[in-house]
Design a protein. Structure first.
Length: 207
């Protein structure tokens, strides 16, 4: 097994075209699991260098689309082809995102995942911590869990760990949708939390 990862904007033209078609198909095939994005969202992520692909022995098996804020790298969409769902593939995508975050001096890796999906076990197995939940924005909304994992030691002190019970309920909505407007359909939903975000987590995710 030889795994390789490359950002779409750095690919040869034929490989780039193949990968973009692969990314467009992700929502059509697994939209119930990974959510729906318009093509322009992938195009803009491609141009911004925020879309990368994983190959196993040259075979295209997965993609990740990510965004950034001041303190965190956000996994907006991670998808591995159905017939290639090995834990090594998902782990390789996550580890690459982590390396990007470390290089940019980010402190958190974060993502939202519908609570009824088996993928939650995957995130937990990789050391992500459940923080809170929100309602999705679909016509029949599902609960989505926020998972985070610290990336590196901050310049001011030790590795940031998010406590699970330091704020009161009714915390303000956490913005998470990337910009520019091509991803505007990922509008911020309201946050409902039985274990609200801590002040530290809210600041890191909101900036």
């Amino acid at each position: 097994m030889t795994l390789s990862i490359e950002h779409t904007r750095d690919m040869q033209p034929w490989m780039h075209d193949e990968t973009m078609l692969f990314a467009y198909d992700a929502c059509r095939i697994d939209g119930e699991c990974i959510g729906w994005l318009p093509r322009v969202a992938y195009d803009q992520a491609d141009q911004a260098g925020r879309l990368f692909a994983l190959r196993n022995n040259g075979d295209l098996v997965g993609i990740m689309l990510f965004g950034l804020n001041a303190h965190s790298i956000k996994c907006y969409q991670i998808w591995v082809r159905r017939d290639a769902r090995l834990i090594e593939h998902g782990q390789a995508l996550v580890e690459h995102a982590e390396k990007i975050g470390q290089k940019l001096h980010k402190q958190l890796l974060s993502l939202w995942c519908a609570e009824d999906l088996p993928a939650n076990h995957f995130w937990k197995s990789l050391g992500f911590r459940w923080q809170t939940w929100r309602w999705g924005s679909a016509k029949q909304p599902r609960r989505h869990a926020l998972w985070t994992r610290p990336l590196l030691r901050s310049r001011e002190g030790p590795l940031l760990h998010v406590a699970e019970h330091t704020t009161q309920r009714g915390s303000p909505t956490t913005p998470w949708a990337p910009k520019p407007s091509g991803l505007a359909n990922l509008a911020t939903p309201r946050l409902n939390s039985t274990i609200p975000l801590t002040q530290t987590e809210r600041v890191l995710l909101a900036r």
